[in-house]
Design a protein around this ligand. Sequence first.
Ligand SMILES: Cc1cc2nc3c(=O)[nH]c(=O)nc-3n(C[C@H](O)[C@H](O)[C@H](O)COP(=O)(O)O)c2cc1C
Length: 246
Amino acid sequence: MRVLVLNGSPRGEKSNTHAILTPFIEGLREAGAEVETLVVRDLDIGFCQGCLACWFRTPGECRQKDDMALVLEKAYASDFVVFATPLYHFGMTALLKRLLERTLPMVDPRLVKYGDRYGHPLRAAARKPGRYILISNCGFPERVHFGALVEHFRYLTGGRGPAATILVGGGEALGRTYRPGPDGPFAWFFDALRRAGREIAFHGRLSPETDKLLQRPLVPDDDYAAMANASFEGALKEEREQRETS
Ligand SMILES: Cc1cc2nc3c(=O)[nH]c(=O)nc-3n(C[C@H](O)[C@H](O)[C@H](O)COP(=O)(O)O)c2cc1C
C-alpha cells in the first residue's frame, strides 16, 4: 500500500499536525505501507488563475509549471491521500486550499448528473487518485468546530466522505511535540494514532474502538481553556515587559 501525506500546516514540521502525523505514519509503516510526506508550505504551487486553459486549450494540463504536476503524479500512484490541516477560520488552511484548487485539470468541464445533482466527471486520462483521509486539529477545545471542514470534505469526496477522519480538539495541548514511548500525558493518544495507522494499512479503515479513543478530549475542555488563557496572559505580560525595558 502506498500513502501520500500532505501536511498543510504553515508551521510545517514544527506543528501539532506534524506531532499527530508522526505516530500515525509510524503505524502505517509498521504494517508495511510505503509512506511519502509532502509539507505543502515547502512546495512551489501557484494559485489557480481561473483561466480554464486546463479545460479547453490544453485539456487536462495546467499552464503553470510548478510542483503541482508532481503532487498529482504522486496522488495518482497512492492508495490513500492524507489531507492534514490545522483548522483555520473553521476550514482548511489557504495552503491546502490552494493545492486543491489546482486539481481542476483532473476533471472534464461537462456537467453530468450524479444522483440528485450535477458534477464534473473525472477525466478519462486522469488515473483515479487514492481514497482520502482527513486529519485536523484546532485551537478551541471542542470537536464541534470541525463541522464546516467535515462537510467541505464530504462534498469534495462526492458525498461519500473520507475513508477515515481524525479530528483533534485542543490541539495546542500537544505543544507541537510528539513524545514517543509510554510516558507523558498523551501516550494513550499517540498510541491510538499508531494503531490507527496500522488499521488503515491492514483494513483501509479505523476500527470503532480506535475511532472512539481518538475522539477522547486530550484535556477536559475547561482545564484546556484555563491553561490556554494563562499561557496567553503570560505571553502578553512578557511582551509588555520587554517593550517597557527596551
Ligand atoms: C489564522 C488562524 C486561524 C485559526 N482558526 C481557528 C479556528 O477557526 N478554530 C480553531 O479552533 N482554531 C483556530 N486556529 C488555531 C489552530 O487551529 C491551532 O493553533 C492548531 O493547533 C494549529 O495547528 P498546527 O500547529 O498543526 O499548525 C487558528 C489559527 C490561526 C493561526
